[in-house]
Design a protein around this ligand. Structure first.
Ligand SMILES: Nc1ncnc2c1ncn2[C@@H]1O[C@H](COP(=O)(O)OP(=O)(O)O)[C@@H](O)[C@H]1O
Ligand SMILES: [Mg+2]
Length: 310
């Protein structure tokens, strides 16, 4: 989307951070939702903007009708985000999805944003990459922290997010295609920083959803990350383990890991299921406890890195 002609600068909000890597299924949406949720729980006024075509609804906004929706047309399914960009008006998030947490959900309509940008690019030039930054600017002061979830495999949408953020945090899995996905975000990071957002900094990269005791493999992945993102790329220590069952259940219930873990003391047991008093879905797996703890460790470390570079 960008070429060589300069665009007018918009300073991204200080507490804004993008979660991105050019590959799907590595944990971006999970981590973005948890960064936003933990931040809000800590008392920071937080906004989560999901610039992604897949709405995983980790916060249960759609399935459990959470939050105070803006008057008029729906903000769900990426519609709110699309309208703001298309009509060039301020973002109108769904408010108080949790205390202190407002959200602009992603969804299928986000794909159309890329089309709008491409059409405008011809008439207006590379400044269109700042469309999201423009729609965010009027409400940015309402928030201490702004998190972006980003779309993989789409340069235009990745650049749109990077133009509006102060820092980038990059999750990856250990497989080669996830490592290759980092090359895309790395390339977009460089063009956006050079041409429209010189404040943009790399907060760090981290391995997500891995066997925590595979330390030799972790060292090899660290080398791969440095090869892709540069020798100076900060790499985080926390590794959230691969724990499929609690991760999947929590998302289904529209609960953050810590919220789901809070249900454990009153959960049905496998014994109740056998006795016909409960169903599988009522059983909170005990592995939610380490998962919630590791995620909390990770979000703390990410915010610390953000502070260091922002
Ligand atoms: N720690 C984890 N262990 C196992 N699976 C996880 C973990 N965290 C998230 N998941 C699952 O991995 C899948 C991909 O995660 P997601 O956050 O949607 O990735 P992305 O946004 O990068 O596509 C989802 O099904 C999610 O529930
Ligand atoms: Mg996602």
């Amino acid at each position: 989307m960008l070429n060589q002609s300069p665009a007018q600068r918009i300073e991204p909000p200080e507490g804004s951070m993008a979660v991105g890597t050019g590959k799907g299924g590595v944990g971006k949406s999970t981590v973005a939702a948890h960064l936003a949720g933990e931040s809000a729980k800590d008392g920071y006024r937080t906004l989560l903007i999901c610039v992604t075509g897949q709405d995983d609804d980790d916060l249960g906004i759609k399935r459990y009708s959470r939050g105070v929706h803006p008057k008029g047309a729906s903000a769900l399914d990426g519609e709110g985000l699309y309208r703001a960009i298309h009509d060039r008006v301020p973002l109108q998030p769904i408010r108080e999805v949790r205390p202190n947490l407002d959200v602009l959900p992603g969804g299928p309509r986000v794909a159309d944003i890329a089309n709008v940008l491409m059409l405008r690019l011809m008439q207006e030039g590379p400044g269109v990459v700042q469309s999201l930054a423009h729609s965010l600017a009027p409400i940015a002061a309402l928030y201490d922290r702004i998190l972006f979830d980003s779309a993989p495999e789409n340069d235009a949408l990745e650049q749109l997010v990077l133009a509006a953020a102060r820092t980038l945090i990059v999750p990856t899995r250990s497989d080669d295609s996830s490592i290759a996905g980092m090359e895309r975000i790395s390339k977009n990071f460089k063009v956006v920083k050079q041409q429209v957002n010189p404040s943009l900094q790399l907060a760090g990269a981290f391995l997500y959803g891995s066997n925590r005791s595979a330390t030799l493999m972790h060292a090899a992945v660290r080398r791969d990350i440095r090869k892709t993102l540069g020798e100076g790329a900060p790499i985080l220590d926390t590794i959230v383990g691969y724990r499929e069952v609690p991760a999947r259940n929590a998302r289904k219930k529209g609960l953050l890991f810590s919220e789901y873990a809070d249900l454990l003391p009153t959960s049905a047991t496998p014994y109740d299921v056998k006795a016909g008093r409960a169903t599988e879905a009522d059983v909170v797996p005990e592995t939610i406890v380490p998962l919630a703890k590791e995620m909390r460790e990770l979000t703390n470390e990410i915010f610390e890195h953000h502070r260091r570079v922002a």
